[in-house]
Design a protein around this ligand. Sequence first.
Ligand code: ATP
Length: 305
Amino acid sequence: MIQLYIPLNFLGVIYREIKQSLADMERLFGLLEQNREVADSRDARALQTQGARVTFSNVEFSYEPKRQILFDVDFTIPAGTTTAVVGHSGSGKSTLSRLLFRFYDVNSGSITIDGQDLREVTQESLRHAIGIVPQDTVLFNDSIEYNIAYGKPGATKDEIIAAARAASIHDFIDSLPDGYATTVGERGLKLSGGEKQRVAIARTLLKNPAILIFDEATSALDSKAEQAIQAELKEIAKSRTTLVIAHRLSTVADAQQILVLDHGRIVERGTHQQLLAANGLYAQMWERQQARQDEELKSPVEELS
Ligand code: ATP
């Protein structure tokens, strides 16, 4: 048992590290900014949002010519509502968010926001309109104040504090000896997963984007922290067009629309109740996840006995 445990644990560490280095969209977008594949068209205009209705029309996409990732993806997120995307690992969920951020252009079909094709608007205005709460927030080796203000260059201290309060991280910051001046990041104070996500939420609140992308963390926070973060996200998702990339089905149940992706195709769509009633892939995934949760609840007791 012990022999088995060590390699599995080791694999878990490697998996988490790979996940961390690959999955952080914010860093991905940031680092590759200079090198991105898309450019503004010559007559690109600033995106004008009015509620920010997002439409993917018959989108086909591949990163590499020989391997198509998305097939005929067609959906609308009505202005101010939440759509969650679920599906097995590798089904293309995060790819949707990368395309909405226009990190890549679609091969065919189109993506529009309030009727404006992403290829016809400036990337600066597009990125201004979208806030991302990534799986693993990267913190700069700088003060926590700087890390929050990054959401809105030139934000006043009052605005920063208000955002931190709304993200339920102000009291924690205030309790640190150096308060908002505390250095965080690799070379500073290490924050927990939940604290980092709160910094990301505070950043996003300051940015006040019309569209929110929430890439749910795969590494589970403890359930109390998880519920608190969910409640805060629900608050900031209110009246914003929100795309949730969901890794746990329990967090999508009250989205207005759930899309089920399978090998790059939307195979089911509807509300949680509708999808359960349809008794298809979503219902299967839901059942499996419930069973797994029951197992997880049981296993510590079994280990003790
Ligand atoms: P997960 O739940 O594991 O995060 P996902 O559903 O979000 O998975 P995506 O990240 O969208 O999946 O990836 C979809 C497919 O595209 C995967 O097969 C992946 O290997 C491939 N892929 C992702 N990024 C790239 C890239 N930059 N270049 C080539 N292929 C890629």
